[in-house]
Design a protein around this ligand. Structure first.
Ligand code: NAD
Length: 492
């Protein structure tokens, strides 16, 4: 990773119009909403609040672009070349994209520039490589008397993919949805989160600059209950790919519609980190702390249930407390800050309520717990010692709040790990791979990290089960999620 030396890079605000086909315009009713900087509560931009009518237009434009063949009809290698160029442009624009994310949702600028934006480019590069390798299977079949037979399968684009993204990793998750959809030849309509739309609007500009025909990617900014709900239930789309909270995911799931359209739901988590007696804490402690405090805990894959063998509890608590105390909380664009802001006032208040609940349910508060005076939405990294029945151990807080939970043996660790409605991911810290291999199949999750934490790889599937949703993004699974398989039986 390249380290940046820029101080408080000022981003260029992209054109904030709705991107519908080749037009750029205000919302149909002229409604707008404001995006504010969570570090100082200043205005960042006023954006169109797209309505159901705007979503209708965007879906129609995407359909027209798809049917015209301007993108779906290109040879896969050509789509791949354009997506690779998009990856180059994303990398070249990293400081700007990173700063856009930082001012809108409070992620550390260095983490955006050195982490999220290169990861977004890597996703486009990965799927650029798939664009000319989307192949089927062949099978020689028993003959019909004198007729020879064989069969094969085709993987074809779905048509129009609808994408709804959260605010916590806006560029990364837009990339997870757009890159495989485009590699497979689909057109798309994307509705970014109201708290972080600017990097998606900039991405759409860069895609056009790279050569994706204008109109293939449509962007409707707006409020979730209006623009998001209209897109999620739209009869004109062939798939909805949603990443966000289980609360909203639950309202989307029943809306597959008369077409029984495809759906991927990437929802929340309350993931366990299982730290066994033989864990190498020198190596694992930074991952364990990062799993709780990175991006102020606003990460779906956060490992905030820290399950520790009873013999190592004090060491793990000391490690977490040291990490919490070392945090330099401040403006996310200040290079000396190591923790940025919470995304908005509502989320800050919610985190504060959870911290109060932890204390009122008699968990032992061992570090942090304080909301800092404004302006801006800052909270201390917080560590509790407790048990798995506490509200703070059962509900996704989406803030920097760790709960350390002791266990006595492997069976108990697995039982506690699975005692949750979520099933996104789990982390195992051990120096004995036999322990890891024995535990991995028993965990009811979509992803496991051994001696690490939560960093996605574009070539490996991402997704969860149960209240963490279903379907997979990234890797070959991402291509499968954006194509329809057709079986052909041929006799001659
Ligand atoms: P959210 O559910 O509030 O919003 C997500 C998106 O849905 C936004 O674009 C929002 O405008 C839209 N939306 C809101 N109401 C809607 C409705 N009624 N119909 C359609 N769309 C609607 O989530 P958030 O606060 O933006 O993000 C945080 C959540 O996302 C957490 O639960 C986190 O765990 C989850 N998340 C999951 C993953 C994953 O890969 N599993 C990744 C990142 C975030």
């Amino acid at each position: 990773m390249t380290e940046t030396t820029e101080t408080r890079f000022e981003p260029t605000i992209p054109d904030v119009s709705l991107r519908i086909g080749t037009t750029r315009r205000a919302a149909a009713g002229g409604a707008t909403y404001t995006s504010t900087n969570p570090a100082d509560e200043s205005l960042v931009a006023e954006l169109p609040a797209g309505s159901a009518a705007d979503v209708d237009d965007a879906v129609a434009a995407a359909r027209e672009a798809f049917e015209s063949g301007v993108w779906s009809g290109l040879p896969g290698a050509e789509r791949g070349r354009i997506l690779n160029r998009a990856a180059d442009l994303i990398e070249a624009d990293a400081e700007n994209l990173g700063a856009l994310e930082s001012v809108e949702m409070g992620k550390l600028y260095v983490d955006s520039v050195n982490g999220d934006i290169p990861a977004t480019a890597a996703t486009f590069r990965h799927f650029a490589g798939w664009a000319d390798k989307i192949v089927g299977q062949t099978s020689v079949l028993p003959s019909y008397g004198p007729q020879q037979r064989f069969g094969y399968t085709l993987r074809q684009p779905l048509g129009v993919v609808g994408a709804i993204t959260p605010w916590n990793n806006p560029a990364v998750i837009a990339g997870w949805k757009l890159a495989p959809a485009l590699a497979a030849g689909n057109a798309a309509v994307i509705k970014p989160a109201e708290d972080a739309s600017l990097s998606t609007l900039r991405l759409a500009e860069l895609l056009v600059e790279a050569g994706v025909p204008d109109g293939v990617v449509n962007v409707v900014t707006g409020l979730g209950e209006e623009a998001g709900a209209a897109l999620a239930g739209h009869e004109g789309i062939d798939k909805i790919s949603f990443t966000g909270s289980p609360r909203v995911g639950r309202t989307i799931q029943p809306r597959a519609g008369d077409k029984f359209r495809k759906m991927t739901l990437e929802l929340g988590g309350k993931s366990p980190q299982l730290i066994f007696a033989d864990a190498d804490l020198e190596q694992s402690m930074p991952w364990i702390a990062m799993g709780n405090f990175y991006h102020q805990g606003q990460v779906c894959a956060a490992g905030t249930r820290v399950l520790v063998h009873e013999s190592r509890v004090d060491e793990v608590i000391d490690g977490l407390v040291a990490a919490a105390k070392a945090a330099v909380i401040g403006d996310p664009r200040d290079p000396s800050s190591t923790m940025g802001t919470i995304v908005n006032r509502k989320q800050l208040d919610s985190i504060q309520r959870y911290i109060e609940l932890g204390t009122s349910e008699n968990a032992d508060l061992v570090a942090g717990g304080r909301v800092l005076d404004g302006p801006g939405y800052f909270v201390e990294p917080t560590v509790f010692r407790g048990h798995n029945d506490l509200t703070i151990a059962r509900e996704e807080i989406f803030g920097p709040v760790a709960t350390v939970i002791p266990f006595t043996d492997t069976q108990e660790a697995v039982r506690i790990a699975n005692d949750t409605k979520y099933g996104l991911n789990a982390m195992i810290h051990t120096t004995d791979l036999a322990t890891a291999h024995a535990v991995i199949p028993q965990l009811r999750v979509g992803m496991v990290w051994v001696n690490g934490w939560g960093v996605p790889e574009p070539g490996l599937p991402w997704g969860g089960r149960e209240a963490s949703g279903y379907g997979r993004e990234l890797g070959e699974s991402g291509i499968h999620a954006n194509t329809e398989e057709k079986t052909v039986h041929l006799a001659f």
